[in-house]
Design a protein around this ligand. Structure first.
Ligand code: B1M
Length: 217
């Protein structure tokens, strides 16, 4: 079986060692890292999500699949991220209150770090006050992730808390995650929405310009 098919199956089955092995094999065979990510890892997680909806797999299986994906992602990391040298801004990133999904958030953090940003990773289940504190600690951009339709609404609470603290003008807020859309970003008062990790880097670069213009030198 081809490396890409084996990789997908290994992630779906939660076989961490096989997923790592097939990722390495794919790279050795010249499959681009982005293809291994998109058509291997992401495709596998989409399938796991479908199987979960169909009642074919349960939370423990989703968890082992996510561990296999994370391990395979480590192999792809140097290929996906061209390490940048200088610090180009400080970003606080976290998955919102009530939400424990962190693979997408970690990926966005990894890409930002690789592009020279200083990252304050707040983790998962992050309460609004914690995002506010991160701005007081020097974050110029707040990046939020949500994977659940029940938790995405907590992004609004973060934007409001930042406003109530009188910090909204000096910070940019960008959001993402599977259920998020541009329309939703506008509804909650975020400055931008990014659909994946690469566009998150471009989005952060873009909004930083506005923050710097507001905050001055
Ligand atoms: Co969960 N889960 N899960 N889960 N889980 C989903 C999200 C779900 C869609 C599955 C399904 O039913 N099809 C569903 C949500 C349904 C809904 O809300 N409508 C769901 C559910 C229901 C649940 C539980 C409620 C299940 C239960 O307990 N009954 C529970 C909730 C726990 C909680 O958070 N409170 C739960 C738990 C879990 C696990 C813990 C088992 C595990 C997460 C492990 C972990 O993250 N460490 C898990 C997993 C693995 C998934 C699926 C299968 C995969 C998610 C993933 O990692 N994708 C997921 C189904 C799916 O998404 N297809 C599902 C890969 C990741 C790289 O993609 O996170 O989308 P993603 O990130 C992308 C973009 O979205 C974007 O960039 C990334 C790269 O392209 N992005 C950003 C993400 N964040 C960004 C931030 C930005 C910018 C871009 O900032 C600027």
């Amino acid at each position: 079986m081809a490396a890409l098919d084996e990789l997908r199956e290994a992630v779906i089955d939660g076989q961490l060692a096989v997923a790592v092995e097939q990722t390495k094999r794919g790279l050795e065979e010249g499959i681009p890292a982005q293809t291994l990510f998109d058509d291997g890892l992401m495709a596998a997680m989409r399938r796991v999500g479908e199987l979960f909806e169909e009642g074919e797999v349960f939370v423990p299986e989703m968890l082992v699949a996510s561990r296999a994906m994370t391990a395979a992602l480590e192999v792809l990391k140097p290929e996906l991220v061209a390490e940048g040298a200088s610090t180009s801004g400080r970003v606080a990133i976290g998955t919102v209150m009530g939400d424990l999904h962190d693979i997408g958030k970690n990926l966005v953090a990894m890409m930002l770090r690789g592009n020279g940003f200083e990252i304050d990773d707040l983790g998962t289940d992050v309460y609004p006050e914690r995002f506010v504190q991160a701005i007081r600690d020097g974050a110029e951009v707040v990046a939020m992730s949500a994977l659940l339709t029940t938790t995405m609404t907590n992004m609004r609470a973060v934007v409001e808390a930042i406003g109530e603290a009188g910090l909204r003008e000096g910070v940019a807020v960008v959001i993402g995650g599977a259920p998020i859309t541009q329309t939703f970003a506008e509804e909650v008062g975020a400055d931008g929405y990014a659909r994946d990790a690469s566009s998150a880097v471009r989005m952060v670069e873009q909004v930083l310009g506005r923050v710097r213009a507001t905050n001055g030198p």
